[in-house]
Each structure stands twice: as C-alpha cells, then as structure tokens.
Design a protein around this ligand. Sequence first.
Ligand code: URA
Length: 243
Amino acid sequence: MERLQKVMAQAGIASRRKSEALILEGKVKVNGIVVTELGTRVAPSDKIEVEGVEIVKEAHVYYLLYKPRGVISTANDDKGRKTVIDFFPHTEERIYPVGRLDYETSGIIILTNDGEFSYLMTHPKFGIKKKYVAKVKGVPEREDLRRLARGIELEDGWTAPAEVKMRSFDKKTRTAIVEITIHEGRNRQVRRMFDAIGCPVDRLKREEFAMLTTRGLNAGEARELTIHEVKQLRVLAETGKIG
Ligand code: URA
C-alpha cells in the first residue's frame, strides 16, 4: 500500500506537493469515492481518478537538457515563448522540468515524469547541489564573497550557506566571473544574491546539477540520463553521498 499523493506523483500527474493540493481540493476519487484525506493509502488494484480521468502508470523517463537562454522552463507559456518541452517533440510521456531556470539562464535542467524523483531533486532538505557560473557587473570584494557563502538576507529570508569561488575578474571592464553552489531553489535566488552585494548578474549558467554536467552537449541538446545516474541521484538525495 502506498500513499495516494505518492502514487499520483509517480504516475506523472504532478509533483507530490501539487498532488496533495489536488486531493485537498476534492479532485481525486479512489474507487469512485472522493478522498480528501492526505494519509490515504491505496493498493495497486485501486482505481484512482483525478478530475474524472483515470490515472495510468507510465514508465518513468529522465532527460538532461542543456537549456539555451531565451527559453521558458514551464510546460506551457501563455505568451507563446519556446519552452523546455519543445525540445522533446517525440517524447510521448508527460514530462515536466525538475525545478526552474529563468528565461535568461542557460544550463542543466532535468525533465521527467517521475514526481517522486522531482521532489527528491528539488526540496532543499535533500541538499542536492547546483553549481552556477555568474558573469557579474562589478568586482566583488573578498568580504562580499564571504557574505554570499555565509548566507545573505533576502526579502524571503536568509539564504543557506553556499560555496563561492571567484573564477576571474577584469578591473578594466569591471566584471567578474564567480562560481556559486547552492542547494536551495528560490525564485531568481542567485540573481537576488548578487544584487544584494551590489554586483548584478549579466549572464548566468547552471553548470552542474549534483554530479551531472553539460559535458558533451551543446546548448539546445538533450540526452537521456542513464539508469545508473538516476540511481546515483536518488542515493545522493537520500543519504547525502554517492556510494
Ligand atoms: N538562480 C537564479 O537567479 N536564476 C536561475 O535561473 C537559477 C537560480
């Protein structure tokens, strides 16, 4: 027996948190009866319907996309902009992005139909690290970098400790390239962190997602994650280390 929201997430309906919201809103039926209790457990033989449609368990798929700039990382865009899903015209499964990258940010984004996996990769309590490289305006002082590393106060609270490293700087053009590794994923977090030290981000790329890199891919290209990589990512989220 599994929890209803977990079964829904695994079936690719939505993330576990969104599935919980659907249950609370009375949109989910088990064997024809509306269920609003989050702890409800279901058996594989139970018939589950979400908004009147029976859920079918799809095989799970996992992709890594090197997202170019100028692409939105939601499944649909009401302004008709290109989305990360548009890079998978032949994928029949209902995949969606794991977390978000801003329209102007490039780099690694994972897409899957496995809601449980998505939850493990994005909830800060699992500590999956994401490394960004930021080209910033201005040259941060050593103390600015320390503030970013220790945690900085943003309007939605303090950021968790981060790993921060100056890659290079140019005093003439007053620009710098800084690496920052975080495990949170608040909206526009890296950009807001650099704004807070007075060095706004000009270009931002997510270079690493846990042990994954964009190596071997050009912007706009994707590949499937290997079974081994998916397992490694799960173990990393569940234990904090690989192997
Ligand atoms: N932080 C940002 O500011 N933007 C992103 O796209 C990702 C992290």
